[in-house]
Ligand binder design. Structure first.
Ligand SMILES: CSC[C@H]1O[C@H](OP(=O)(O)O)[C@H](O)[C@@H]1O
Length: 389
């Protein structure tokens, strides 16, 4: 059974409520852009690609039920208004803004054909087809990212050239963050499928715990040999077990890759990049081209989302029944794990400078820095890379 964060057929969209994972798999109906905004904002669905796809498809569903004036101009105005609203749900990941830009262009082209006072049906149809294509393209891109990333690791790491490799990954970048297969977790899936993965190590990824709640869930589901560590254990893991476990690389996802290769990703990524450099393991970012933002020159220009402090100080979940080593799904408890009155800083992302990144794994190949130590990311949009993947 394949894990699905998003379930869709025309007129019907459901998301897997990721606040209930790993203990319960509950799907929520998404019937409007408003439903999608709430789900994205409160992280019932999350992951840069998944956010964009859920937003796009929510409007594809809404267009079939909303009471919109019949002209093409009115339909386009409704689409623009809803897309502009959806893009306010979370600021850091570029995939949503990228999808909005592309969907607006589809609508504009259709309005140009039928003229503003023409029938709005073709606008609706063009939008829905474009949104549905994003769902299909994402899985295809992720499988290509997995292939390129696995090949690059096997070819460009000492452990990869003579046997199996182990990989550290952060946050969740799998089927629960995308339309399927995943980006960095897709690379781990590809290594595992090729029989070249020794072990995957996933970090807990405080405070939302994407690693312990979601990535661990995916790795167990796929029967991939894996070990969970806390974020603070990563350094000791590399120092004490890096050679013996043949840890060849740290592979992470991305929320926004700036034109120079600086990458915004889940908080804690920057620390891992520094550890990789110090311990001589490769540091790789896995991201589809929908995550690469040539309009943002560098990491300094990326808006970092800050989330509520209680996402750090409160831990919610079902009661654990010790004697059964199971959870009581009929219960729900919230535990406070910090002193009242303490200030909390809770940035959801950090920025890893391009100098710490050995390669950016895309669906068209792995981009490495040129002889001047710079990423030439514009080339990937012509399907070109200079990597060895
Ligand atoms: C392929 S998911 C990319 C990216 O999105 C995640 O952020 P969040 O869980 O807050 O939506 C995380 O940073 C992943 O690396």
């Amino acid at each position: 059974m394949v894990l699905e964060a998003i379930r869709y057929d025309r007129g019907n969209l459901q998301i897997l409520d990721q606040l209930k994972l790993p203990h319960a798999e509950v799907y929520d109906d998404i019937n409007t852009s408003g439903d999608a905004w709430e789900a994205i904002k409160h992280m019932r669905t999350r992951g840069a690609p998944a956010i964009a796809i859920v937003a796009a498809l929510s409007l594809a569903v809404e267009l079939l039920i909303a009471d919109i004036p019949p002209t093409a101009g009115d339909t386009a105005a409704f689409v623009y208004d809803r897309l502009d609203y959806l893009v306010t749900s979370r600021p850091t990941a570029v995939n949503l803004a990228d999808a909005v830009r592309k969907l607006k262009a589809v609508v504009d082209a259709e309005v140009a054909k039928v003229k503003a006072d023409g029938n709005g049906d073709s606008i609706r149809e063009a939008y829905i087809a474009a949104a549905e294509k994003m769902l299909v393209d994402d899985v295809r891109d992720n499988e290509a990212i997995g292939k390129h990333g696995a090949e690059w690791i096997q070819k460009n790491t000492e452990f990869g050239q003579n046997g199996q490799v182990s990989v550290i990954t952060h946050c969740n970048t799998g089927s629960l963050a995308t339309a399927g297969y995943g980006t960095a977790l897709g690379v781990i899936r590809a290594l595992h499928s090729a029989g070249t993965l020794k072990h995957a190590f996933c970090t807990e990824t405080r405070p939302y715990n994407q690693g312990s709640r979601l990535t661990a869930f995916e790795l167990v589901h796929d029967k991939i040999p894996a070990t969970l560590v806390t974020d603070s254990m990563a350094a000791a893991l590399l120092k004490l077990k890096g050679p013996s476990e043949r840890i060849a690389a740290i592979v992470v996802g991305a929320d926004r890759v700036a034109a120079n290769g600086d990458t915004a990703n889940k908080i804690g990524t920057y620390s891992l990049a520094i550890l990789a450099k110090f311990h001589g393991v490769k540091f790789l970012v896995a991201a589809p081209r929908t995550t690469i933002d040539l309009q943002t020159k560098s990491g300094a220009d990326i808006v970092i989302e800050e989330r509520p402090g209680n996402e750090v100080t409160l831990v919610k979940g079902p009661k654990w029944v010790a004697v059964l080593d199971e959870v009581d799904l009929s219960s729900s408890e919230t535990i406070k794990i910090a002193a009242s009155g303490i200030d909390v800083w809770n940035p959801a992302f950090d920025v890893t400078p391009a100098e710490l990144i050995d390669g950016i794994i895309t669906e068209v190949g792995v981009v490495e820095k040129d002889k001047n130590g710079e990423f030439q990311l514009q080339n990937v949009f012509q399907g070109l890379t200079n990597g060895n993947g």
